[in-house]
Design a protein around this ligand. Sequence first.
Ligand code: ASP
Length: 471
Amino acid sequence: MRTLTKDTVNKIGESVTLLGWVHVRRDHGKLIFIDLRDRWGIVQVVFSPARKELLASANQLRSEWVVEIRGTVKKRPKNMENPVLATGLIEVEADGLNILNESKTPPFALDTDGYEIGEENRLHYRYLDLRRERLKNDLVVRDKVIAYMRDFLHKNNFIEIETPILTKSTPEGARDYVVPSRIYPGKFYALPQSPQQYKQLLMVAGIERYFQIARCFRDEDTRGDRQPEFTQLDIEMSFTDREEILAMTEKLYLSLVRTLFPDKRLTLEADGRIPVMTYKEAMEKYGTDKPDVRKDKNDKDELAFLFVVDFPAFEWKETERRWDATHHPFTKPRVENVEMFWKEFKERPGEMLADQYDFVLNGYEIGGGSIRIHDPELLKAVFEALGNAPEAVERQFGHMLEAFRYGVPPHGGIAPGIDRLVMILQNEPNIREVIAFPKTGDGRDLMMDAPSEIDKKQLKELHITIEAKPL
Ligand code: ASP
């Protein structure tokens, strides 16, 4: 039976079988030492001259070869202990070696933290890059964070529901990624910029408390901290208000940090709550809608969460010469009814407030949400106010208006991003470090070589002709 490297410490005097990779091989004249690595760590293996044949095959071993080693766990001689290593008090004296696979020499070092290596190279060989301790640990922590969220929400009566990836455009302010339909020539699916409409439709369906670890796709111009696809903790609740949503979010995040990251210091209000600031206050005091309210910005273990509330409902889009929703058009402007909406929108569109909030951590926006419009007539009015002709509203959002005419409960939600949160918790410089297979800053997957061309037959099936091929 296999023994994991981490369990060798409890097996002194026992015979064990280890499986893993050769992390490092050290030749000490007569003795050969191997640091054997598996997912759980490293253990030192010694090949002694007493077994000549075995020593000879150990001599062939190179970094990253995959091996099965049998041996006996022994206490290390007194002055040979390694306090840095979890298994540093023991070593395994080998009596059998089976080479399961050889490996080419890796293109870069795997026993460093990897920051010193060019990112293009790291992303090209991501499966090797992920073997390094730091990245493996980032993935382990990410999994713990997500597991904590799932567990917390399940305990609070939420259910996780998957929503489609092939869908119709949802306006979150970015460009859509589109997928051509083979069966319906000239028609396209859009990848969801977020599950916004589906989660609202789940409220119409009577689900009341929904969440999803959801992938979102946004074709935005590149920026260091953005990815074409990213992951959100998407939440929606019925019969709720801002206070309840923020209190639930606060409870989840504070308990998550306290449980999984007990060494972090939380900067909170005197009463132990996450501070709440209005958009106006944030802009006046800090000149930004995502202020960094840490006490000491050089302290890597300080976490300062903040809720920013009362955003303006609309902002002027100069390029399109129209008003646009600051968050998204489903967000409820603070008006009582359609008449009041039109009156205010005509008189002072830029001053209208929305029931919208952002969630900020150490100066990063880590999420946003709102109370939604649940009056179909008001929703229609907002779409029209944003410059959509009534036919266009019907074509693009008719399904929402229709659904809302069948008894939609008041509802609202929030969607904190997972990538940024884990990046901050792990003190990583960018979100690519905490995503298993990220894209480059300019949207390429260097390992899979995507995007890439598809063959003529596929294009034909999809009724697509490529007009001009850029050089
Ligand atoms: N769908 C929104 C977003 O992705 C979040 C929300 O309003 O719940 O930003």
